[in-house]
Design a protein around this ligand. Sequence first.
Ligand code: BES
Ligand code: MN
Ligand code: ZN
Length: 515
Amino acid sequence: MNFDLKTLTHSTALTHKTDLMVIAVKSGVQKATTSKSSPIPVLSQYLSSIQAEESFEAKTGKTLLILKPLHVQAKRIMLLGVGDGSAAQIRKAVNTCFSSIKSLKYKEVTVYFDDSFTEFDKAIRNSIIAVTDSLYLYTKTKPSAKTEHSKTSKNPDSSSSAGLISVTLAGASAKLVSSKNVFDEVTALCEGVELAKEWGNRPPNYATPTHLGQVAQNLGKTSGIKVNVMGPKEVEKLGMGSFMSVSQGSSEPLRFISMEYRGARAKTSEPIVLIGKGITFDTGGISLKPGAGMDEMKFDMCGAASVLGVFKSLSVLKPADLHVVGLIPTCENMPDGGAVKPGDVVTSMSGQTIEILNTDAEGRLILCDALTYAKRFKPKAVIDIATLTGACVIALGHVRSGLFSNNDTLASALEKAGEDSLDTCWRMPLDDEYAEALKSNFADVANVGDRAAGSVTAAKFLQRFANDFAWAHLDIAGTAWKSGGAKGSTGRPVGLLMEFLLRHSKNAMKPKSAK
Ligand code: BES
Ligand code: MN
Ligand code: ZN
């Protein structure tokens, strides 16, 4: 998709040529647009009359299509209600709008925000995010989706001409100037979100650890990102006994991916390390999961996909001041004759021994070795992202990701980044009492507690490996994908992470003394 920014005033908007002009309308502002002291706002006068005539209410996502509008060059006009005009309402409205028009014959669509939108940057940002989201189409193993799409577009031409090619965001000139940066940033963000979605969605036989390694290698080829992909031999040498135990029932070889982005002005700074859980399929292992809905455990690598997405965005945007390391332990969790068994004790890279009481609690087993590995970068902060527990879905549903942290500064920065990007999280507790559940008679720690506070005990397990740095853990089990008719990856939390990196990671996070 091509995005463009254009300066259009109330009068030049009338002569702007476009297939469809979507005009965002806030509720309750249509009557008061003409003023005698300012130049006549021609478009708004025109719109007021339409709204009055059609009694159009600007409820979020409500539309009114004008087929052959008078006085304007646009072939069609669509009024789009955006409620109170907040970021969230704009995103929702534009999403609804583009989901409904994507099968129509428009090639170029302009979205217009008039002067009543004082936060033009926000309007642009959320429109672009919403357009990209609603136009995403999964085709890798369903090429027919593309053909269906072009059929419904009623466009007899070749498939390449079907569908939307370009979207113009338009508004008054003064505000557009400051929007250039926002524009570059959000288009880069969207590329990252799309990559995360795409790899999240790919079937487990099309998104193996080897494939994820190749995605990283490709990012390295086309940008300044340093990439290193390790296999079983190197991982064994590192002593990652916990990670290896998860992989041992699978015939797909594991990978440990490491990526490093260093901006032009970040030569000496300590990095922020992102760690993504990359279980490309989670059967539960010998502690086998029930069959119903097990296919959704292909999404158990969405943490990894979000880290790949962030690096895609960084490679496009190239922010000068950032230094970011991405680590992805990735493997399958399968049962077979050689698989790890409940009761087995493994030795992690940190030297701590772990009694594996449930082979389905595998995410923490691969993450703990990555956390230990992260220490060598002397990180400013380490954030792991994981579809870690069903318990987190019970606690927070599909709205907010779970946030756990040993550092209040880091936690507030992530909370703020979540609010600002509409990719929200909610902080959960880490009281030491929760660690009681992980006691073992046969190892330093057990990999599961009882059912109570399952997302917290999982985080308590991870915390044991994160005592040397500021650390946060995002449990995205409820937010990384949607089930049912809309089954598919959401691309979360790439938005939160990019917002954090670009605007909230400035303050050094001091390690808090070990608990
Ligand atoms: N990948 C799952 C977590 C999960 C389950 C995410 C369902 C989203 C939906 C994870 O590896 C897992 O199986 N966790 C277990 C932990 C339990 C054995 C302590 C769980 O949540 O049931
Ligand atoms: Mn599991
Ligand atoms: Zn899992």
